[in-house]
Design a protein around this ligand. Structure first.
Ligand code: B1M
Length: 208
């Protein structure tokens, strides 16, 4: 088994302590950081499928997520790139009722590398939390809201509507597995992106 396959397999079964070392070994073998990241994203799809099939439960999903986060920590300096440009501050968070943060953290990392200063509000962020953060931080040009559950899509809508109703001059980008470009447009978001890389491209476009 190649190191990259080993990373994928061990993330799936949540071998958190082994992951940093294995990711480093996969890098040393010459695998690109993006390839290793993709292997871990694929692991999470397998974990999701197993959860849907009733083969694993929430605790197993959680330890797999922790293992992936440890792997991302090793890759972060290699993926984040140059962030010397200044496009203002991006407030980012996962919306109310939603605890998923791996995708949000990747989006945060890529937006940061595109030239934004990041204020990360974490998970389960109420709509007013985004508005307060815009007011409390300097030069906020962008708000990025992530939602991973179909049940928290209304919270995404509430977040966008509350930010827009505040009259503050910021662009809002939304995304997450259940979110479509049509839904993003319907709830009044300025932008949508399907993944972390395109979120960074869209973020730049929105504030240009
Ligand atoms: Co949850 N979970 N989970 N979970 N979980 C999903 C999302 C699910 C699809 C699994 C499944 O059933 N197959 C399902 C949702 C079903 C649905 O809504 N239709 C689900 C469920 C049901 C639940 C619970 C309700 C389970 C329960 O309690 N019975 C519960 C809800 C808790 C809550 O949030 N209130 C729950 C809990 C959890 C854990 C806490 C155990 C854990 C999360 C831990 C953590 O994040 N720290 C977890 C996990 C790990 C998953 C899966 C397996 C993996 C998610 C992940 O990290 N993917 C997931 C199954 C899956 O995704 N296939 C699942 C990897 C990550 C890189 O991808 O987050 O999609 P993703 O991010 C991508 C894009 O979506 C996009 O870019 C990212 C990177 O390219 N993106 C954006 C994300 N945000 C963006 C923002 C943008 C733009 C793009 O602009 C701002």
């Amino acid at each position: 088994m190649s190191k990259i396959q080993e990373v994928k397999a061990k993330v799936e079964i949540g071998k958190t302590k082994l992951i940093p070392g294995l990711v480093q070994e996969a890098l040393d073998e010459g695998n690109a950081p993006g390839e290793i990241l993709q292997a871990m994203v694929d692991s999470m799809s397998v974990v999701g499928e197993k959860f849907s099939a009733g083969e694993i439960f929430v605790p197993e999903m959680l330890i797999a997520a922790k293992a992936m986060s440890k792997g991302v920590d090793v890759l972060r300096p290699l993926l984040a790139g140059d962030n010397s440009a200044s496009l203002g501050t991006c407030v980012i968070g996962t919306v109310a009722g939603d605890l998923h943060d791996i995708g949000k953290n990747l989006v945060s990392m890529m937006i940061e590398s595109a030239g934004f200063t990041i204020v990360d509000l974490g998970v389960d962020v109420p709509a007013e939390g985004f508005v307060n953060a815009i007011k409390e931080n300097e030069n906020v040009t962008l708000v990025a809201c992530s939602g991973l559950l179909t049940t928290t899509m209304p919270a995404l809508k509430e977040a966008v509507e509350t930010i827009k109703a505040s009259g503050l001059d910021v662009k809002v980008i939304v995304g997450g597995a259940p979110v479509t470009p049509e839904y993003a447009a319907e709830i009044g978001a300025d932008g949508f992106a399907p993944d972390a890389g395109s979120a960074a491209v869209k973020a730049k476009e929105l504030v240009a």
